[in-house]
Design a protein around this ligand. Structure first.
Ligand SMILES: N[C@@H](CCC(=O)N[C@@H](CS)C(=O)NCC(=O)O)C(=O)O
Length: 239
């Protein structure tokens, strides 16, 4: 029996955060159950479901795992359930001793890690997530992007990376000189920015671009991205 089940979805940046953590830790003893967001399997009463789509029977079941009806979620063989991608990553890195966290004994390094984590979630992921939603998710739902939301969010992301550029001249990674979970947290949404045509925000800033290359060229990250690309091509070819 696998150590735990990851409930996630293809193309979900929040699921990919967890998968990248597992890939970096070299951990494969888990089952990945795909929840179909297009069919509304993640929640009862998904407002984006088409009128004639009945709620999936999986929805009730999933709401027991995640009260807000979202993915990712993990459930362990011992019956422990955890949702929210970043706490899941931290739990897995701690439980399986992935070298992606500062040691608890180094109180200052742990505090700087927490600081970097808050910065990523509040100043970066919030506006970057809005861009991903307007330009990527809405396309799959047949809805037009709200360009005012996009340009406001783009301004915030540009300003975020102006500050990151200054900081990354003095350190190699977001929480200090070591690659940590915080760097992983950025990867899926930055990839989404590239997919939406906004990669220039990264490559136009020297220190940010060098940091991004260090992160994305890691062997485990490369392997996962290549496998996902192959899987996406196979799905496209089967249609
Ligand atoms: N803050 C949450 C966000 C979870 C989230 O929004 N997941 C998306 C998929 S990437 C989802 O479940 N969307 C479907 C919905 O909201 O109904 C996390 O980090 O796990």
């Amino acid at each position: 029996m696998p150590a735990f089940t990851l409930y996630g979805s293809r193309g979900s940046t929040n699921t990919d955060r967890v998968r990248l953590t597992l890939a970096e830790g070299g951990f494969t003893d888990y089952e990945h159950v795909l929840v179909n967001l297009q069919k509304g399997e993640q929640k009862v009463g998904d407002p984006f479901l088409l009128q004639d789509d009945a709620a999936s029977p999986c929805s009730e079941e999933h709401m027991k795992r995640h009260p807000w009806g979202k993915i990712p979620v993990i459930t362990t063989a011992e019956g422990f359930t955890l949702y929210e991608s970043r706490p899941i990553c931290k739990y897995l890195a701690t439980k399986y001793s992935f070298p992606l966290l500062p040691p608890d004994s180094d109180v200052e390094a742990a505090a700087l890690f927490d600081q970097a984590q808050c910065v990523e979630t509040i100043y970066f992921a919030e506006p970057a997530g809005r861009i991903g939603f307007e330009k990527f998710v809405k396309r799959f739902r047949g809805l037009p992007p709200d360009e005012a939301v996009v340009s406001d969010a783009l301004r915030s992301v540009e300003m975020f990376f102006d500050v990151a550029e200054r900081l990354l001249h003095h350190k190699d990674y977001m929480a200090g000189n070591d690659f940590t979970l915080v760097d992983i947290y950025y990867i899926p949404l930055i990839q989404r920015l590239f997919a939406c045509g906004y990669g220039d925000i990264i490559v136009s800033r020297e220190a940010v671009s060098a940091w991004w290359d260090r992160c994305v060229n890691r062997p485990a990250v490369q392997r996962m991205l290549a496998a996902d690309k192959e899987a996406a091509a196979a799905v496209a070819a089967s249609k």
